[in-house]
Design a protein around this ligand. Structure first.
Ligand code: ITT
Length: 190
């Protein structure tokens, strides 16, 4: 069983969450920088899986070490699934939540459904695999909470926003938690 992986990401929050989820399962996660890679490939895929594989392959090529990458985003029903794969590019840094609240301001409660999606790609030489996770919720009416990152303050799970959950609570229900648990199952059966 693999006990050490590199994570191909420039997002420190993704790295932190992957460590929180995988360390208790006995898997150490190195940052791409710790592994000696400095990659930021163009994410020109049209699906989460394509982009996750692009990122994982780039860091595998640079390090030769088993590598995972996470491509994720928010799919909003009233916006026909947008921003989806383009979630990072939806707004300038720091303005994603406010732009989304503005775009959703006239949408009634029952049409505010949304889901966080995450695909993890695993690459080791010629072997590659992808696993996905989903977390269903809805878009709130204001930003709430200071934990987490990205769209968490406007993503409601029950009566709390994702940013009001503790890290353990988020990881137990999150899209990333689900995808990383599927990765663990995959690695443990190899
Ligand atoms: P890397 O590509 O370097 O991994 P990135 O932040 O650019 O980092 P993505 O291209 O996968 O990552 O974009 C993900 C987008 O979805 C980004 O805007 C995130 O803020 C958002 N997102 C993903 N997971 C999230 C989570 O758990 N909570 C809130 N927002 C999330």
């Amino acid at each position: 069983m693999i006990t050490k992986l590199v994570m191909a990401t420039n997002n420190a929050n993704k790295l932190r969450e992957a460590r929180e989820i995988l360390a208790p399962l006995g898997i150490e996660v190195l940052s791409q920088r710790e592994a000696g890679a400095n990659c930021d490939p163009e994410e020109n895929g049209t699906t989460f899986a394509e982009n996750a594989l692009i990122k994982a392959r780039a860091v595998f090529e640079a390090t030769g070490l088993p590598t995972i990458a996470d491509d994720s985003g928010l799919c909003v029903e009233a916006m026909d699934g947008r921003p989806g794969v383009y979630s990072a590019r939806y707004a300038p840094e720091g303005q994603h939540c406010s732009k989304l609240l503005d775009e959703m301001k006239d949408v009634p409660e029952e049409k505010r459904g949304a889901a966080f999606m995450c695909t993890i790609a695993y690459v080791d030489g010629n072997e590659s695999s992808t696993m996905s996770g989903e977390c269903k919720g809805s878009i709130g009416h204001e930003m709430r909470g200071t934990n987490g990152f990205g769209y968490d303050p406007v993503f409601m799970v029950g009566d709390r926003s994702m940013a009001e959950l503790t890290p353990d609570e988020k990881n137990a229900i999150s899209h990333r938690g689900a995808a990383l648990k599927a990765l663990y199952e995959y690695l443990s059966k190899k």
